[in-house]
Write a protein that binds this ligand. Structure first.
Ligand SMILES: [Zn+2]
Length: 97
């Protein structure tokens, strides 16, 4: 009885998309400048179709600061539910706030 109630409350499979986006916080490895970019999961992610017809998502971001000419390259990959599965960065580092 209780179990059934809990299932009802939290739904099965109809949970809303996890909040619209997230902050990408990175630091330039040359001058230390910090960037806080808001990534909107519904508009900023690009689709990637695999050979079996599935869809995954990815984000490529190039960031140039105002203090130096270092080009920071961010690549993030997401699964079909737009959950982050991997991320890479060149010329900078991710910061956890
Ligand atoms: Zn810099």
């Amino acid at each position: 009885m209780l179990k059934r109630l809990i299932k009802k409350l939290f739904g099965g499979g109809t949970s809303p998309q996890s909040s619209g986006g997230f902050f990408l916080n990175v630091r330039c490895s040359v001058c230390g400048e910090v960037f806080n970019l808001f990534i909107n999961k519904s508009t900023d992610l690009a689709q990637n179709f695999d050979e079996r017809g599935g869809v995954t998502y990815f984000l490529n971001k190039e960031i140039i600061g105002s203090h130096c000419r270092n080009l920071i390259n961010v690549r993030m990959e997401f699964d079909a539910n737009r959950n982050l599965v991997s991320r890479k960065i060149e010329n900078g580092e991710f910061i956890e706030l």
